[in-house]
Design a protein around this ligand. Structure first.
Ligand code: C2E
Ligand code: MG
Ligand code: MG
Ligand code: MG
Length: 279
């Protein structure tokens, strides 16, 4: 179709795609000023140990409040920030802010997502060391979540960094396990402390025998390897009962709590203590 318009007149995009590209471009432009204009904040989602129904920590999740568009989903802006490198300063802000928040909590952990791009940038280990020191947070209370895509390229170097991070005393989780370029060999190459089962499996337990088999298999793999397994995206009582029966050791999901602002973390801790007393 594009060719029919003749040489030199290739139309690369359909109108909708053009609109999409324009919107992405505008978003990229606005993202450049977002950090210094204080448009980012963190929300924190509870993570619960199944055996004791005990709150063990919170995952820090990034939010961007765009001045005219309102909240933009990280699923939309993180890929852009990864493409143009802005994820490096943004990720540094996330890490420092999350550690500073967690330092004021009682003895629970904070989990911070790391982008693969942060692994390729220099000084990640120094940054983590400095964020912990500056916040006065013991390394045992920081967990770093990495996805398998972080491990895909340059895996020798990446695994070296993971070992250095772990040597600091921080824990490392493998996020979104089961989707993307999952490879069991990562589990052998690097001693993760935790595998997080992607919520796409948990969300389809009711209708998909494949999801059931996958969750079961990852949970037993974790148990054989001596690695914690967190079921992500648990929303219902039935999902909770199921992942517990499979042998998952922890859960995170709307059932126990949606991500909340830093100011509400204390209240969330109290609420979950009360839930535990009646459970
Ligand atoms: P993730 O690290 O796998 O985080 C879990 C996502 O699942 C969060 O989405 C959370 O709000 C959502 N979630 C948790 N429980 C439930 C549930 O029961 N039901 C449903 N429907 N959703 C649930 P969110 O906050 O939109 O973040 C999406 C992704 O963006 C994250 O996935 C992570 O990959 C990325 N992300 C978020 N914050 C950061 C960050 O600071 N740095 C980096 N590099 N990536 C981040
Ligand atoms: Mg995560
Ligand atoms: Mg995940
Ligand atoms: Mg994810």
């Amino acid at each position: 179709q594009a060719k029919a318009r003749g040489r030199g007149a290739y139309q690369l995009f359909e109108p909708e795609m053009e609109e999409e590209a324009r919107s992405r471009h505008a978003l990229e432009h606005d993202l450049r000023g977002a950090l210094e204009s204080n448009q980012f904040h963190l929300v924190f989602q509870p993570q619960v140990r199944l055996a004791s129904s005990e709150l063990t920590g919170f995952e820090a999740l990034l939010r961007w409040k765009h001045p005219s568009r309102g909240l933009v989903s990280p699923a939309e802006f993180i890929p852009i920030a990864e493409e143009n490198g802005l994820i490096v300063p943004i990720g540094e802000w996330v890490l420092r802010t999350a550690c500073a928040s967690a330092a004021s909590w009682p003895d629970v952990t904070v989990a911070v997502n790391l982008s693969p791009v942060q692994f390729r940038s220099r000084g990640l280990v120094t940054l983590v060391t400095s964020a912990l020191a500056e916040a006065g947070l013991p390394p045992q209370r920081l967990e770093l979540e990495v996805t398998e895509t972080a491990l895909l390229d340059d895996s020798e170097a990446t695994i070296g960094i993971l070992h250095q991070l772990r040597a600091l005393g921080v824990r490392v989780s493998l996020d979104d396990f089961g989707v993307g370029y999952s490879s069991l060999s990562y589990l052998r190459k690097f001693p993760f402390d935790r595998i997080k089962i992607d919520r796409s499996f948990v969300g389809t337990l009711g209708e998909s025998p494949e999801s059931v088999a996958i969750v079961r298999t990852i949970a037993s793999l974790g148990s054989v390897l001596g690695v914690e397994t967190t079921a992500e995206g648990v929303e219902t009582e039935a999902q909770l009962a199921f992942v517990r029966e499979c042998g998952c050791t922890a859960v995170q999901g709307y059932y126990f709590g949606k991500p909340c602002p830093a100011a509400d973390v204390g209240r969330t801790i109290e609420t979950l203590k009360a839930v535990r007393r009646v459970a």
